[in-house]
Design a binder for this molecule. Structure first.
Ligand SMILES: O=C(O)CCC(=O)C(=O)O
Ligand SMILES: [Fe+2]
Length: 308
């Protein structure tokens, strides 16, 4: 149901000046088709190395394995976005009570080394920073292809994301940990409640435990199983609005696994949430004016306040 596309023609190993090549054109069409039908696409041969992903997951897991007293030092400050969020401290679907059965660490290079747990994990900042940079480059390439597929100038959307990693842009790299499911789960509690992502696109890396489900328009939730070597990419609500609903932000969630053995195992995933620069005016790209123009920052603030 979710298409798998081969990103080879525009992977991190290629130059970006190949927009006229038939393979790049084909890839652009495939990606836009996926986003306009299911809102999700698996990308194969993206160019981020398997060992880079493994190193990121393992450094993250070492942090999540630290005692709560240590992790607390890195709690996200009030009215900020970056740092640690404890178990059950967030409900992506506010109708589900008790909190999502997850904890997370939100990173942006601008918090600097000192804001990260380098006292306990000396290579933490470098590992996170390196992974952030690779995700940023892959995201730019996916946005280029979306533009090509929609008949826009290739760099139009990329140019609305010039400040990624700096002040004036809320893009974040979120490492997620779903601990073994406790015995005292409340009715309705799941690993991650139903939601759509907020921004432009999200890159999602998941381990092999599974549980992610996606709900395309007019259909039931279906598993979005992990596929080795791929990154799953989905569209955010801001991008749906920007494209006047041509591309779709699809609801998704993470359920508690049915198998006892999987419930007793922690699950890890990583989400790179791409957001436009704060001041970018989100005006329908097709000039339809279906939605009123709004700045990216105002739109995101509206969505964040509905969740936290
Ligand atoms: O952990 C996952 O697979 C999905 C997480 C997610 O959808 C999110 O954090 O927005
Ligand atoms: Fe999500």
């Amino acid at each position: 149901m979710i298409p798998i596309v081969n990103f080879d023609a525009y992977s991190l190993d290629q130059t970006t000046d190949s927009e006229d090549s038939p393979n790049v054109q084909k890839l652009a069409k495939e990606i836009c088709h996926a986003f306009s039908s299911v809102g999700f696409v698996y990308i194969q041969n993206h160019g981020i190395g398997g060992s880079t992903i493994q190193q990121f997951l393992s450094t993250s897991k070492q942090f999540f394995d630290e005692p709560v007293t240590v992790k607390k030092e890195y709690t996200v400050p009030k009215d900020d976005y970056y740092g640690w969020m404890g178990f059950q401290s967030e409900s992506l679907n506010p109708e589900r009570k008790g909190g999502d059965l997850k904890e997370s660490y939100n990173f942006n290079p601008r918090i600097g080394e000192k804001g990260t747990p380098i006292k306990v994990l000396p290579n933490f900042y470098d590992v996170y920073n390196n992974f952030f940079e690779q995700c940023q480059e892959l995201a730019y390439r996916i946005m280029d292809l979306m533009c090509i597929g929609m008949g826009l100038d290739r760099v139009y959307i990329r140019n609305c994301h010039q400040l990624i990693g700096q002040d004036g842009n809320l893009t974040s790299l979120r490492s997620l940990y779903y601990p073994p499911v406790p015995q005292d789960v409340k009715p309705g509690q799941i690993r991650c409640g139903e939601h759509t992502d907020y921004g432009t696109i999200t890159l999602l890396f998941q381990d092999d435990i599974g549980g992610l489900q996606v709900k395309p328009c007019n259909a039931d939730f279906k598993a979005a199983a992990p596929i080795l070597g791929t990154v799953l990419v989905n569209l955010g609500a801001l991008m749906q609005r920007w494209t006047a609903d041509k591309l779709l932000a699809t609801e998704h969630r993470v359920i508690i696994p049915e198998e006892e053995i999987k419930r007793k195992t922690g699950r890890q995933s990583v989400a790179f949430f791409v957001q436009p620069d704060d001041d970018v005016m989100i005006t329908c790209l097709d000039k339809s004016n279906k939605y009123e123009p709004i700045t990216a920052r105002d739109y995101l603030n509206m969505r964040f306040h509905a969740t936290f």
